[in-house]
Design a binder for this molecule. Structure first.
Ligand code: EPS
Length: 400
């Protein structure tokens, strides 16, 4: 339904994204995208590059008179660093850095200089993804859906942030997002944030890097998005793919999935209760260990998805490698990079989640225009008892 492509190199002139499948009639101004572009650039542990870039999105297609047309959106982000590369002779790069796409890229594409792999594999590309995600977020906002994030751990410093449930959960999550926004490591727990800051500082002093875990939460998502009927329609799996595609993310879980795997079934599953008077009785849960999904379909509870990011592969301390020019053992050479990018990766994770949810919503509602979608959104089944009429009679499969 909804798809996007990006193009561009880290130190080339610009990044471009094409977003296809957005319904017509969504109010959209370049200013709507700026907040997310700025958020992606913030975070303690960044290298020098973020002082150079001032990411701004130029919309050059798909929006006329302040509204989407239904045509593909073209989004354009300039690389300010291009100015210092355009007239430069590029030094040869022949020692692959472990953890990067340097070696695998050269094996696959037959590159004769490793920079060709670096330039496109770079997480600079996430600026384009965040531009796309910001458009999707704008669309989701029309249906009162909110996507936010925070950092759960950096290195071995972890915040104890429980999954929130019940009617107060959305407000409490919003408060977490707000607290994370004020933190330079994007952690809502101020005390833990200080320890995270210290851990990053120490890693920098030690000429090393750090990874961590971020959590993306989606609020206000109606039940019934996604499907159990086929592997590629399971929305939890689509979200895992999308978050797992973010550079340096090597693990993704829905809710506390790895913790659940250590427990008994009776401790894990979110029991179902009925609340409210007859005629308006609603099915409710008192826990959300499923992270918002059953059978690959949204339950209507907050969606909870975590991404585990490996430590940045470019380390000031050299790692052992091989010079492909001489075939001799060689130490890696340092290229300017980030020391810890987990706070920024959380914002990229949000963008990917917003994209997948926008896609799922369009799929559920059928979406040529926002006006059509609104009508159908209001008619969605919400999980009230009176919407779930059962036959209560024996029946047969009837296969011959
Ligand atoms: C990156 C290396 C750094 C990061 C870059 C991702 O860039 P440079 O090599 O120019 O110092 O700053 O991220 C961005 C530029 C960005 O906008 O996020 C890498 O090797 O992936």
């Amino acid at each position: 339904m909804l798809r996007f492509l990006t193009a561009g190199e880290s130190h080339g002139p610009s990044l471009t994204a094409i977003l296809e499948g957005m319904p017509a009639g969504l109010p959209l101004a370049p200013g709507d995208l700026q907040g997310d572009m700025r958020r992606r650039q913030k975070g303690y542990g960044s290298g020098g590059r973020m002082g150079i870039e001032k990411d701004r999105v130029l919309i050059t297609g798909g929006v006329m008179g302040g509204r989407t047309t239904g045509g593909p959106l073209a989004l354009h982000v300039e690389n300010r660093d291009w100015a210092s590369w355009r007239d430069r002779d590029i030094a040869p790069m022949t020692i692959p850095r472990p953890g990067h796409a340097d070696l695998t890229g050269a094996i696959k594409y037959g590159y004769r200089d490793l920079r060709l792999a670096l330039e496109r594999a770079s997480a600079r590309e996430t600026a384009a993804r965040v531009a796309v995600g910001a458009v999707c977020r704008r669309m989701l906002a029309e249906f009162k859906m909110v996507v936010g994030s925070y950092v759960v751990s950096i290195g071995d410093v972890a915040a104890a942030l429980q999954t929130l449930v019940g009617e107060s959960a959305p407000q409490a999550y919003l408060a977490r997002f707000q607290a994370a926004e004020a933190s330079e490591v994007r952690c809502p727990d101020a005390e833990v944030a200080e320890h995270m800051h210290q851990a990053i500082f120490e890693a920098m002093q030690a000429k090393d890097t750090l990874g961590g875990v971020f959590e993306v939460i989606a609020l206000g998502v109606p039940p019934g998005l996604g499907s159990h009927v086929h592997w590629d329609r399971r929305l939890d799996a689509r979200l895992m793919w999308a978050v797992g595609s973010v550079q340096a993310v090597k693990g993704v879980e829905i809710g506390p999935a790895f913790e659940n795997a250590r427990l008994h079934g009776t401790q894990v599953h979110d029991e179902i209760f009925v609340e409210g008077a007859e005629g308006a009785a609603t099915l409710t849960r008192r826990t959300n260990r499923a992270g918002g999904f059953e059978g690959g379909i949204t339950t209507g509870q907050p969606i909870v998805i975590r991404g585990a990011m490996k430590p940045i592969s470019t380390t000031l301390t050299p790692l052992r490698s091989v010079d492909l020019l001489s075939g001799e053992p060689a130490a890696t050479q340092y290229e300017r990079s980030d020391f810890c990018a987990v706070p920024r990766a959380a914002v990229v994770g949000e963008a990917m989640v917003a994209f997948v949810l926008a896609d799922a919503l369009i799929e559920r509602l059928g979406g040529d225009s926002m006006a059509e979608m609104r009508l159908r959104f209001d008619a969605l089944r919400q999980g009230r008892l009176d919407e779930l009429t059962m036959d209560g009679e024996d029946w047969r499969f009837g296969y011959e």
